[in-house]
Design a protein around this ligand. Structure first.
Ligand SMILES: Nc1ncnc2c1ncn2[C@@H]1O[C@H](COP(=O)(O)OP(=O)(O)OP(=O)(O)O)[C@@H](O)[C@H]1O
Length: 326
C-alpha cells in the first residue's frame, strides 16, 4: 500500500552543516544542575535521538534550544543563530513539540492547526497534513476534549506545519497507540528525507533504533555517549538468545558447550549464551544449543545471535534500570 505523503515538503538545500550545535551547555535551577556541560550536534536530513532517564535534562535541553530558558553558560547555535537573541527569526525556521503542548484549550483542533499554519510564510497543506495524522477525524473537537494521543498528534502537526528546517520534538510518540505511532514515525522519516534536522527526545529504544541516524545518551546533564545505533551496540560480546519454557535444567547444555561461553536464564524463559572471547559464539555453539532444545522437546523461539541491544547499552551507560525508574 502506498504510504501517505507529507504534503509539500521539498528538500530545502541539503547542506551538510550542523543545524544545531551545543557545546558545554550548563543550566542550573537553583542548586540543581540540570545540564552539566552538555555537547551535542544535530545535522540536516538526520534524526538525532536524545536518550536518557527521567530527569537527565532532555526537556531542559529542548527548552534552552528553543529560547524558552536561558542557559547559564556554554555555546548554543541554532541554524547559526542564538535562540534567545534571534527568537523571532528562528520561530519561522524551527518547529517545537513540547511535552505540555501549550495548545489553546477552547478552540477546535483543526482551527488551531489552521491558525498556526497562517503564521508561516509557506505552510504545508493543512488538510493533507490533518489527513496524514488523522486529525481530520477529530478536527471539530475542542482541544480540551481531545484524548492525550489526539492532542499529541495535533501538537506535532503544529510543530511541523510551517515546514521547519529544524524540528525539536520532545517525546513525540508518548501516549500514542501503535497505529498512530507508526504514522508519526512515517512522518519523521519524511521530514528527514526532506532535509529537516530532527532532534527527538524519547524513552523508546524501538523508536531510536528505527529512526535515529545519531543517538546521544544523556546522564545527569552530560552526553555520556554518542554515535549511530550500530556504533553504540557493536561493542560487547556476541550473545545467542532464545526463548523457551522457564526454568529448563541448563547443566546439560553447559556441559555440552565449550568453556569459552557462559549460559544463563536471564529472566524466566529467556536464555542467553554469551561469548567470553571474540568469536566464541560460533555456528557449532548455535547448533549445540538448538539440538539441546530439541532433546528437551522445546522449540527455541526468536533464536538470534547478536550483540548488546541499544536498551542494554543505554541502561549500562546511564546507571542501570534503577535510574530509569527514578
Ligand atoms: N522549572 C524547573 N525548576 C526546577 N527544576 C527543574 C525544572 N525543570 C526541570 N527541573 C529539574 O531538572 C532536571 C532535568 O529535568 P528535565 O525535565 O530536563 O529532564 P528530562 O530528561 O526531560 O526528564 P523526563 O524524561 O522525565 O522528561 C530534573 O532534576 C528536574 O527535576
Amino acid at each position: 500500500m502506498a504510504r501517505p505523503r507529507l504534503p509539500g515538503v521539498q528538500n530545502p538545500r541539503g547542506e551538510e552543516a550542523a543545524a544545531l550545535e551545543v557545546r558545554g551547555l550548563v543550566k542550573r535551577y537553583g542548586r540543581l544542575t540540570a545540564l552539566d556541560g552538555l555537547d551535542l550536534v544535530a545535522r540536516r536530513g538526520e534524526v538525532t535521538a536524545v536518550l536518557g532517564p527521567n530527569g537527565a535534562g532532555k526537556t531542559t535541553l529542548v527548552e534552552c534550544c528553543t529560547g524558552l530558558r536561558r542557559a547559564d553558560s556554554g555555546h548554543l547555535s541554532v541554524l547559526g543563530l542564538d535562540p534567545r537573541r534571534d527568537g523571532r527569526a528562528l520561530s519561522s525556521r524551527t518547529g517545537v513539540l513540547l511535552q505540555d503542548g501549550g495548545l489553546p484549550g477552547g478552540a477546535p483542533a483543526l482551527a488551531v492547526l489552521r491558525l498556526v499554519a497562517a503564521q508561516h510564510a509557506r505552510p504545508m497543506d493543512v488538510d493533507a497534513l490533518a489527513a496524514l495524522l488523522g486529525i481530520d477525524g477529530f478536527g471539530r473537537t475542542s482541544v480540551r476534549r481531545l484524548s492525550g494521543g489526539q492532542r499529541q498528534r495535533l501538537a506535532l502537526a503544529c510543530a511541523v506545519v510551517g515546514r521547519p528546517e529544524l524540528a525539536f520534538l520532545d517525546e513525540p510518540s508518548t501516549g500514542l497507540d501503535p497505529h498512530a505511532r507508526a504514522v508519526v514515525w512515517d512522518l519523521l522519516e519524511q521530514l528527514r528525507a526532506a532535509g529537516v534536522a530532527v532532534l527527538l527526545t524519547t524513552h523508546s529504544m524501538a523508536e531510536a533504533e528505527r529512526l535515529a541516524d545519531a543517538v546521544v545518551v544523556v546522564r545527569e546533564g552530560r552526553a555520556v555517549a554518542s554515535g549511530t545505533v550500530t556504533q553504540l551496540t557493536s561493542s560487547g560480546p556476541e550473545v545467542l538468545r532464545f526463548g523457551a519454557p522457564a526454568h529448563l535444567p541448563l547443566d546439560g547444555l553447559r556441559a555440552a558447550l565449550p568453556t569459552t561461553v557462559t549460559t544463563d536464564e536471564t529472566a524466566p524463559g529467556r536464555y542467553e549464551v554469551t561469548a567470553l572471547r571474540p568469536g566464541a559464539v560460533d555456528p557449532q555453539v548455535v547448533a549445540t544449543a538448538a539440538s539441546w532444545c530439541a532433546a528437551q522437546g522445546v522449540l527455541p523461539e526468536g533464536l538470534v545471535v547478536g550483540r548488546r541491544s541499544l536498551e542494554e547499552v543505554v541502561l549500562e551507560l546511564t546507571g542501570g534500570p534503577s535510574q530509569w525508574a527514578a
